[in-house]
Ligand binder design. Structure first.
Ligand SMILES: Nc1nc2c(ncn2[C@@H]2O[C@@H]3COP(=O)(O)O[C@H]4[C@@H](O)[C@H](n5cnc6c(=O)[nH]c(N)nc65)O[C@@H]4COP(=O)(O)O[C@H]3[C@H]2O)c(=O)[nH]1
Length: 653
């Protein structure tokens, strides 16, 4: 029981038991007190009456001793009613010395029960008789009965009130508290603790019934970007919508929970063996991936996230609730690393990958703290003239044991650890700083391209401020800095991305779309983005020779870029032939091992200092494989007059 519930429990116990008995005790005490007080009162007034009467009688006897002493019979005549006085419900009698009634105000005794007071009458100090006053206390008994009934009725009413109203309210708030302790306040889904309890129970049942339990661990992809770019309201709304969509993927009896932040889980109780359960889990996971991949909209803005799902099944993958959850988590992380938007079932080998990952994360934290990163610079060449225009700064990690680690092995990890913005700022700062120095030393406006992670871009205004600050700190003219954005940013088609691009352009920096052609860009949207350069992905360049249709594709991209007023850069040029082909296709600039590998800062500085062209200028352009182009896309274009591209509504490039 949580500590919050304890005071309520004791209050409920108090109300339920102590208060009820207290009410009953009060109900009994009130008539009792009434009866005692009334009785004392009656007795008191009776005693007063008797004393008053006996005083009067004593005076009378003193004044008329003859009547009393000698003729008792006469007493009747003289000690009359007025002497005894009249009081309804009361009998007053004078008894003589023999105890015989000498005189009485009424002949019948008042109704029982009675109380009486007897006083001795004296004549000159000698007892001559008794005065007995009797009074009925029937009205007192009736009154007490009435008071008892009334106080019992009031007590019962109060008990009913306590039980039905207060206790109900208390129990209600207790169940509210319990709900809050077991559920997530934002989505109202069960929380991690509640989910775990259900998994424990499900495993116990499955162990007895020899059935299976499947757990799906769900982590949203790119959720942080939504939070950073559109704000927490958009993030919250997205989480609620995800909760709704997840609910729609499960059957009654299954459970969906929010474990934390953007982590959810599903429990499937399957009345079959583990393999059937795994099959069901895969189906549900596939539904989850589809549901989370559908666009979300917030205040008219459409955005996309996704989900990576890990599956673990009892009894084949784990035999305790904690292990099952941990293994589903491990499987989810593997799904994420395998490219997100996927679901994977746990396999023992994943454990080793998990260990390696944790080690990598630890090492990266040290790397960030100790500044183990450095930059390599890859020359950017004008394809026709062979002139060196600048470079692309590429991140490297100088690991103390592993040596130089390429970015592909750690960029995503930095992103997932939330460290990419810090490292990205350092990259930009360093690249701009050395490029400003080289430009100054060689009297040339050298360009430098820096890769920008979508998570840096998702910082919104803060990212623009970072760029502004870096330019100010390093003194690099903004025109010399090119920011390379991923194609995914175009795919998100967000108003926010567009506004941010305009802000960056307003600073004077140029924007390039990196690895163009690998995603599914909407060409219609490409038109509206303020992009300066398209960088054709190296997969198209690699296959220029062996796959003639790639010539057509590359040509189409070059034309598309030019028609939209952009420059086109080819990546991954590895041969002289590729360089010539690209120059012939009117591609503006290029990078690649043939033109220059990424090299350390000092090597690049020497390259600049030598002033030697990296590749000779193309004197006579190689004729593009005319027959291939003709076969693939109609007649060979004359220089600068390629076919114009129409821009269909979104198509994969
Ligand atoms: N096979 C082949 N490869 C060539 C050739 N010419 C260049 N490359 C490689 O292609 C990659 C080009 O960078 P990218 O497309 O921006 O792709 C980059 C970029 O997406 C990312 N990256 C690198 N540095 C940074 C950084 O500072 N920040 C961020 N966010 N990402 C970075 O890591 C990716 C890989 O970088 P690298 O390993 O340095 O790999 C570089 C480069 O070494 C060639 O002729 N043939």
């Amino acid at each position: 029981m949580t500590s919050a519930k304890r005071p309520l429990r004791s209050a409920a116990y108090w109300l339920d038991h102590v208060a009820v008995w207290l009410m009953l005790a009060v109900a009994a005490a009130v008539p009792l007190t009434y009866a005692v007080a009334q009785f004392q009162y009656e007795k008191g007034t009776l005693a007063t009456t008797a004393q008053t009467r006996s005083y009067l009688l004593a005076q009378y006897i003193a004044r008329n001793p003859q009547y009393w002493q000698f003729e008792e019979a006469r007493l009747v005549g003289f000690v009359n009613d007025s002497m005894l006085g009249a009081q309804p419900g009361e009998r007053r009698r004078v008894l003589d010395a023999k105890g015989q009634v000498a005189v009485e105000n009424v002949p019948q005794a008042p109704p029982r029960p009675l109380i009486e007071v007897a006083l001795t009458l004296y004549d000159a100090g000698r007892p001559v008789g008794n005065l007995v006053v009797e009074r009925s206390i029937r009205p007192l008994v009736l009154g007490t009965a009435l008071v008892s009934a009334a106080s019992l009725a009031i007590a019962l009413l109060l008990i009913w009130l306590i039980k039905s109203v207060l206790l109900h309210a208390l129990r209600q708030s207790e169940s509210d508290l319990r709900f809050r302790a077991e559920h997530d306040t934002l989505t109202s889904l069960p929380n991690r603790e509640h989910f775990r309890t259900r998994v424990v129970a499900a495993i116990e049942q499955a162990a007895q019934a020899r059935t299976a339990v499947a757990v799906l661990f769900i982590d949203l992809d790119h959720f942080k970007a939504i939070n950073d770019a559109l704000g927490h309201d958009a993030g919250d709304a997205t989480l609620c919508e995800v909760a709704q969509r997840l609910r729609s993927t499960i059957r009654q009896g299954d459970m969906v929970a929010r474990l934390s932040g953007d982590e959810f889980a599903i429990l499937l109780d399957v009345t079959h063996d583990a393999e059937v359960a795994a099959g069901v889990a895969r189906e549900v996971a596939s539904g989850v991936v589809t549901q989370c991949g559908r666009p979300f909209s917030f205040e008219g803005q459409v955005h996309r996230i996704g989900a990576s799902v890990g599956i673990a099944v009892y009894p084949s993958d784990a035999d305790t609730a904690d292990a099952l959850l941990a293994h589903a988590d491990t499987a989810m992380l593997n799904a994420k690393r395998a490219g997100r938007g996927k679901h994977l079932r746990y396999a023992p080998a994943m454990q080793e990958a998990q260990r390696a990952r944790l080690e990598l994360e630890g090492d990266l934290r040290v790397a960030v703290a100790e500044g183990q990163f450095l930059l390599h610079y890859q020359p950017l060449i004008d394809l026709a003239s062979g002139q060196l225009l600048g470079s692309e700064a590429l991140l490297r990690w100088q690991h103390p044991q592993r040596g130089l680690v390429p970015p592909i092995e750690f960029i995503t990890v930095l992103e997932e650890m939330g460290l990419i913005a810090e490292v990205g700022r350092w990259v930009m700062q360093r690249a701009c700083c050395v490029t400003a120095r080289w430009s100054h030393e060689h009297g040339r406006a050298l360009k430098v391209a820096v890769n920008v992670s979508p998570l840096q871009f998702a910082q919104g205004e803060a990212f623009v401020e970072t760029v502004r600050a870096v330019l100010a700190e390093t003194g690099l003219p903004p025109q010399q800095l090119q920011l390379e954005l991923t194609e995914g940013l175009l795919m998100s088609q967000s108003e926010q991305s567009l506004a941010l691009m305009h802000q960056l352009r307003a600073l004077g920096v140029s924007l390039a779309i990196d690895d163009f052609g690998t995603g599914y860009s909407s060409l219609a949207y490409l038109r509206s983005f303020p992009v300066d350069t398209l960088k054709i992905d190296r997969s198209f360049i690699r296959d220029l020779g062996p796959r003639p249709e790639h010539i057509t594709l590359v040509y189409a991209i070059v034309q598309l870029g030019h028609n939209l007023g952009m420059k086109v850069t080819a990546e991954g040029i590895e041969t002289a032939e590729q360089r010539s082909q690209l120059a012939d296709l009117r591609c503006d600039t290029g990078q690649g091992y043939f033109l220059g590998r990424p090299v350390p800062e000092e090597v690049y500085a020497r390259l600049l200092a030598s002033g030697e062209p990296l590749v000779p200028a193309i004197v006579a352009p190689v004729v593009v494989q005319a027959a291939v182009l003709a076969a693939a896309s109609g007649p060979v274009p004359a220089a600068g007059t390629g076919p114009t591209l129409s821009m269909p509504e979104p198509v994969p490039v």
